[in-house]
Write a protein that binds this ligand. Structure first.
Ligand SMILES: Cc1ncc(COP(=O)(O)O)c(C=O)c1O
Length: 400
């Protein structure tokens, strides 16, 4: 009998965390590594949010909280949904968790039974399929290629749904492609869902505030109010507020699902960190004016990286309208051999050789379910991005 849980056989460790770790190790050995793997902003949490956390500590807000979050924060989340998304929720329909990751995990653990299927467009955020498997469900991966901007079409969604489909996981703007669905594009998908009343939507809106070129964010329950009763709207403070380490995410949806998630949370982490909850309260209720300048900076970096990558032999990089990722295609590099002698048969070979030979850490596309590509997180300095592009261009020019 195996000591370790057989559930572990169904999952693999997060490849994005593995790449970041490998880059850190190489840097610690003295190598001049440029890490473009980590999915987090490079700027610090704004001061007013830090001050709120310090005040919470000084005021002794250091005890257990209600499992689903402090009432003030749940109220602020309701206000956020009303303000930004025109969605009405009551505190009983809201839960706060330890990061967006735990929101998604709790939701899947709370709802999946063996045989349940979850439709996931690829490229996807690395954790979705493994979380589904861990929770006993089956991911149904639908490849959404570069030809449609990495977005799912209504026909693809229609074809993927079966009587066993429980959830459709939707993420816009997307990690790893940065692609955002317009309200019209989203309406095409929600129309399909209206025809399948047994399918619920888990919408991961983590990158809502990171949008460029006038892109207007939209979320399923807003675009199609008839889906309100079967939508879990997931969001968090990690990305827009540069609070990845504070670990606060939240969701709103039908009370029965929120109550089930609360039950799981009460038997696992008890509650999200009390101090972080007060920081998140300030993030949501406090000034939002730093978001716009950050987006101006991100857009500049996006343009820099897209141009630099498109100048590399064999790489095609579309221009995304959100998040802080690009997902270039490297079909033109496959089958070649690097200067260091590595045969590039897959995007993993490409990423490995790029790290070994040019000290640039990117995440290979297979990790996100669509190849041959890689993901760059451009949430780092202009200098690092410029140098990384130079190295990638050199790496590609040397492929024979
Ligand atoms: C699409 C997406 N969803 C969820 C998360 C998880 O966010 P958090 O750090 O709040 O757990 C991430 C983080 O990278 C993400 O990219």
């Amino acid at each position: 009998m195996s000591f370790l849980s057989t559930a572990l056989d169904r999952v693999k460790p997060s490849p994005t965390i593995a790449v970041t770790q490998k880059a850190r190790e190489l840097a610690a050995m003295g190598r001049d590594v440029i890490g473009l793997g980590a999915g987090e902003p490079d700027f610090d949490t704004p001061d007013h949010i830090k001050e709120a956390a310090k005040a919470a500590i000084d005021a002794g807000k250091t005890k257990y909280t209600a499992p689903d979050g402090i009432p003030e924060l749940k109220q602020a989340i309701c206000a956020k949904f009303a303000r930004d998304n025109n969605l009405g929720y009551t505190p009983a329909q809201v839960i706060v968790c330890t990061g967006g990751k735990q929101v998604l995990y709790n939701a899947l653990m709370a709802t999946l039974n063996p045989g349940d299927k979850v439709v996931i467009p690829a490229p996807y955020w690395v954790s979705y399929p493994d979380m589904v498997r861990l929770a006993g469900g089956e991911p149904v991966i639908v490849e959404c290629g570069i030809e449609n901007g990495f977005k799912m079409t209504p026909a693809q969604l229609e074809a993927a749904i079966t009587p066993n489909t429980k959830w459709f996981i939707f993420n816009s703007p997307s990690n790893p492609t940065g692609a955002g669905y317009t309200a019209d594009e989203l309406k095409g998908l929600t129309d399909v869902l209206l025809r399948h009343p047994h399918v619920w939507v888990m919408t991961d809106d983590m990158y809502e505030h990171l949008a460029f070129d006038g892109f207007q964010f939209a979320t399923p329950a807003q675009v199609e109010p008839q889906l309100y009763d079967r939508t879990l709207t997931v969001n968090g403070v990690s990305k827009a507020y540069a609070m990845t380490g504070w670990r606060i995410g939240y969701a709103a949806g039908p009370e029965k699902v929120i109550a089930a998630m609360r039950k799981i949370q009460s038997q696992s982490t008890t509650n999200p960190c009390s101090i972080s909850q007060y920081a998140a309260l300030e993030a949501l209720n406090g000034p939002q004016d730093f978001i716009e300048p950050n987006n101006v900076m991100f857009k500049r970096r996006r343009d820099l990286v897209v141009e630099g990558l498109n100048a590399a032999d064999g790489i095609t990089c579309p221009v995304p309208n959100g998040a802080f990722y690009v997902y270039p295609n490297i079909a033109g590099c496959i089958g070649k051999t690097s200067a260091g002698g590595t045969k590039i048969e897959t995007d993993e070979d490409f990423a490995t050789a790029l790290l070994e030979e040019e000290n640039v850490a990117v995440v290979f596309g297979a990790a996100f379910g669509l190849s041959p590509n890689f993901r760059i997180s451009y949430a780092t300095s202009d200098e690092a991005l410029t140098e990384a592009c130079t190295r990638i261009q050199r790496f590609c020019a040397n492929l024979k």
